[in-house]
Design a protein around this ligand. Structure first.
Ligand code: TTP
Ligand code: MG
Ligand code: MG
Length: 469
């Protein structure tokens, strides 16, 4: 172990970093860092700098089963199997780590799982609830970076490259994500690397609640010994063909002539080669597929009063505006959705002649739509607000301009705001405070009431327009 490496270990933080794994040695630092060595260190500030892209793959641990254990505390630390029924045919959807110790796994026939683990608790599954938890996790990720690509109900890539959006060390961001997910009552594992394929493989190396880091420059050392099947894009069929060619590891694959691989991968040969060489350059895409940004809130006490309904609409507009600006999107179409006590839904929509991302501009218009969907006397159970039809190339926003004078920002007070640029600086200053100190750092009086009677706002998945719900 060289001196640089010893110094590095000596400055490690033992509190936050205890679950970190570095599967390969750090280039230029030397030596293999084990979890035990990290635990004996201290000092997060002295992490070696992260140079280049940082992509994390966040995957929830035993997702459906963990939600069941959260909702049934008496099932904690017990083998829980979700999906199917031990007396019927069917397959296991997933199971808790306690059940995995008995050999049970996803897609196993239920009867076999019941034989392996007779004492297991069986849950039928509650997809509405899983979706709700998934949305809550995606919101945590969206708070860290707008470059977010959800790939399944429990999994997303997030680009946390220093300087792209986030400015902290990616390991610090990844740690915070794990902490926030833990606060929801479930856990996630994260793989962090310079490409999607490396992040994906790393995320699976240490589960549950592992954080596996492949530092820039360490990609080929990390990938070389791994079996080919670990790589995204290599399934059973390709694995068999490669085995016939004598190729078993990613290191061997990376050394193989492109012409030899064309028979196996066809037009994807170059992509697969770049992946196994640790050079994949695919971006985390989100904006490309975003069709609308919308938030909604369900109330435990129905709203009946117009001023209360207006306040709720404004509060949701603030949330939507903030998300639009984070994604650097501006939209032309505004949507208001209301669900009544009898569960019927009404939607109103208005398309503007200019694209907007500032709630100070679009909240008054959405408030005007209330009269189109609601009549005095109707009890409102849910309100949703959305912005869609995005302009092709949104103007690059100068985020985080600090206003010259500090005044209390609020939608209702637009009349005493002197000019457009000043209004803009207010909203940007508020964004800045929220980025730094969290979503609750700036709350208006009107919001507090809804925090008591509302479900908490749900940010709808951005590619499903409000009206579909
Ligand atoms: P996974 O992330 O593959 O698995 P997991 O979260 O249950 O466990 P792990 O800790 O290994 O990540 O899948 C996410 C959810 O998708 C899972 O909880 C249930 C569902 N699922 C199925 O319904 N059938 C399947 O075959 C698989 C693999 C998953
Ligand atoms: Mg998972
Ligand atoms: Mg998954």
């Amino acid at each position: 172990m060289n001196d640089d490496f010893k110094r590095f270990l000596a400055t490690y933080d033992s509190h936050d970093m205890s679950r970190i794994q570095f599967p390969v040695e750090l280039k230029g630092v030397g030596g293999f860092i084990s979890a035990a060595e990290i635990k004996s260190g201290g000092g997060i500030a002295n992490l070696p700098p992260w140079l280049g892209k940082a992509i994390a793959l966040v995957d929830l641990d035993a997702f459906f089963a963990s939600v069941e254990q959260l909702d049934h505390p008496e099932w904690k630390n017990k083998p829980v199997i979700v999906g199917g029924d031990k007396t019927r045919r069917g397959v296991v959807s997933t199971c808790s780590y306690e059940a995995r110790a008995f050999g049970v796994h996803s897609a196993m026939p239920s009867a076999q799982a019941a034989r392996l683990c007779p004492q297991a608790i069986w849950a039928r599954g509650n997809h509405v609830r899983y979706q709700e938890m998934s949305t809550a996790v995606m919101m945590i990720l969206a708070d860290e970076s707008p470059y977010l690509e959800q790939v399944s109900i429990d999994e997303a890539f997030i680009d946390i490259s220093p300087g792209r959006f986030a400015n902290e060390h990616p390991i610090v961001v990844a740690n915070r994500i794990q902490k926030k997910v833990r606060e929801l009552g479930i856990s996630c594992s994260i793989g962090l690397g310079t490409s999607k394929s490396v992040a994906k493989i790393a995320s699976d190396i240490d589960k549950p609640e592992g954080l596996t880091i492949v530092y820039p420059g360490c990609e080929s050392d990390f990938l070389r010994p791994l079996p080919i099947r670990k790589l995204s894009g290599i399934g059973v069929k390709a694995e068999k063909q490669l085995h016939e060619l004598g190729i078993r590891t990613l290191g061997q694959l990376a050394q193989t002539e492109q012409s030899v691989l064309v028979s196996v991968f066809g037009k994807n040969t170059e992509l697969i080669l770049s992946r196994c060489q640790g050079l994949e350059s695919s971006e985390v895409i989100d904006e490309a597929i975003t069709k609308s940004v919308s938030n909604e809130m369900t109330f435990s006490v129905n709203l009946v009063d117009i001023s209360e309904i207006r306040q709720a609409v404004i509060m949701l507009c603030v949330k939507v505006g903030r998300r639009l600006r984070r994604k650097q999107l501006r939209g032309y179409t505004l949507t208001l959705k209301v669900r009544f006590d009898d569960l019927s839904v009404r939607t109103a929509r208005k398309t503007l002649d200019h694209a907007v991302d500032d709630e100070q501009d679009f909240a008054p218009v959405i408030c005007e739509l209330i009269g189109e969907v609601w009549q005095a006397g109707q009890e409102v159970r849910l309100i949703g607000v959305g912005v869609s039809s995005f302009e092709a190339r949104p103007e690059q926003l100068s985020l985080f301009t600090i206003p010259e004078q500090s005044i209390c920002p609020g939608i209702e007070s637009t009349s005493d705001q002197p000019n457009k640029s000043h209004k803009r600086s207010l909203v940007e200053a508020t964004d800045k405070v929220k980025n730094r100190f969290g979503e609750n750092a700036v709350r208006y009086g009107r919001d507090l009431h809804f925090f008591e009677i509302g479900s908490g706002t749900i940010a709808l998945k951005d590619d499903c327009p409000t009206e579909q719900h």
